[in-house]
Design a protein around this ligand. Sequence first.
Ligand code: SF4
Length: 284
Amino acid sequence: MIRVFARKTKWTPTDELAFYDEPPLFDLPDLPVRVNCVFTRDKERAIKLSKAWSRRFKDVLCGGPAFDDAGGEYIPGRFLTKAVTITSRGCYKNCPWCYVPRREGKIRELTIRDGWVVQDNNLLACSRKHIEKVFEMLSMQPIPASFPGGLDLDLVEPWNIDLLRELQKQHKLATIWVAFDTEQSLDKLSRAKEMFGGFNIGRRFAYVLIGYKDDTLDRAKSRLERVYEGERGFLPFAMLHDQNTDYEWKKLQTKWCRPAAYRKPSTSGNESIINSKYSRASCG
Ligand code: SF4
C-alpha cells in the first residue's frame, strides 16, 4: 500500500512507499493509496493530496484521525514508524477538549504488536491482563519504553508502578507521561509525586494543554510555571491545542516543551533522554 501523509513528523514512516507530497515523476506500482491526516489543521492539504494522487491511481482514500476515523487493528510501520505501538483505542472518559471519545468510542483492546513508544490514548483503562501483556512485550524490546499516550492519574494503581519499576530495573524504561489539563489535575499531580518518586525526574513529564478555547497566554504560562516551580514531581511539557496556530502560542509552546530551555541549571538532570518532539496521542 502507498501511504501519503499530510504532515511529516518524528513518528511517520520513511520507507519507499511513504510520501509527503503529490505523486513523484517516477513510476510506482499500481497499489491502493491511503492519504493519512492526523491534525485537523492539515485536512485541506490532505484533500488536495488525495485529488493529486487520484489523477494517477484508481484506489485512493483519504482518512486518519482528523477525519474522525475510529481506527482498526494497529499495523506497525503502516501509518506510524515501527517504534510506535498502539495496543488499545478509545477511552472511557469524555474530556470536553478531546477528540478520542467521539472518534474512537469506548476503550477497546487490540492485538499487542511490538514497539516501544506506547501511544494508547489511555492504556491504564485496559484490563490488568492486557496491561501486563503490554509490559511483557515492552520488556522484550531493544529500546527502552516511553508512554507518550499518557498514564491516567485517576487510574494509576500500585501494581502499575510495580510494572514500571520492573521495566526500569531491566533498563527498559525511558519516559513516563501524565497529564495536567485542568486545575483539578494539579492536586492529582501533587498526589502522584510520591507514587512516581522512584523514577528519575528527567524521565517524568506532565503534558500541559494550552491554547484551547478561552485559554489565555497568561493563564497558560501560569499553569506551566505551577507545575515546574511547584515541584509537582513532573516536568511540564506544553501541548498546543490542535486548532491553535497563533505565533505567540507557538512561541510559548516551543519554550515549554524543551526542558533544557526552562530548567534552572542547578536542577537539570539527564536531558539527553528528553525528546522535545514527542507527540501525544491523547493524554490519559
Ligand atoms: S483526554 Fe485522555 S482521558 Fe480524556 S477523553 Fe481523551 S484520552 Fe480519555
